[in-house]
Design a protein. Structure first.
Length: 202
């Protein structure tokens, strides 16, 4: 039975709802994406942009898929506070890329999806997750395919587009976040004690 107490579960639900709502929205409907030039008139978008991605459907639904199938395990391992920190870090990286690249609008779902996948890959590199009760995939396989598809969409047409780098920004920021929190983790301290016992202080 799926636990509805999981933050990852509710982020997955939010991604699915926001993606459908933004894809079906008519002109004049409040925006979900972050639009830096209009931030003063759309103060809710620093929250809602977490749930939408590139394109009308794919980015947000892929993020919902990743949070549902991989995010819940990452959240159980890290705890809800660190997991929330991971998501926010990836989203901030997407926003920073948007500002640096002068993007008219930014959705962070691609960055947070990449962040969840890279966290799962780092924690359980050989695990395969059964998707919809059928084929099983490793997080690494999905991450490589997703980032590759995003980069191809950005540079494959002969004209560079910054929005395809959003998953890369989320991936890099999440790796940095995991390195920082791992330095003080029980696993890191145990590894340090083990190395000292085996090899000495030198």
């Amino acid at each position: 039975m799926v636990s509805t107490k999981s933050l990852a579960f509710w982020i997955a639900v939010g991604c699915a709802i926001a993606t459908v709502a933004s894809a079906l929205a008519v002109q004049g409907t409040p925006a979900f994406v972050l639009r830096p030039p209009q931030l003063d008139r759309e103060p809710w978008t620093p929250i809602t942009f977490l749930f939408v991605g590139r394109g009308p459907w794919f980015g947000g639904l892929f993020a919902a898929f990743c949070f549902y199938h991989f995010g819940r395990d990452v959240e159980r391992y890290l705890g809800v506070v660190k997991f929330a920190g991971l998501v926010v870090t990836a989203a901030l990286a997407a926003a920073a890329l948007g500002y640096a690249g002068g993007l008219p609008e930014v959705g962070a779902a691609g960055a947070t999806a990449a962040g969840v996948l890279v966290a799962y890959m780092r924690l359980w590199p050989v695990n395969r997750v059964a998707l919809f009760g059928s084929a099983a995939f490793r997080a690494r396989d999905l991450l490589v395919a997703y980032v590759g598809l995003s980069l191809f969409g950005s540079f494959g047409g002969g004209q560079a587009r910054w929005d395809g780098l959003v998953p890369v920004a989320g991936l890099a920021a999440t790796l940095l976040f995991l390195v920082v929190i791992d330095r003080d983790s029980a696993r890191a301290k145990f590894r340090q004690r083990l190395d000292t016992a085996l090899y000495g202080d030198g």
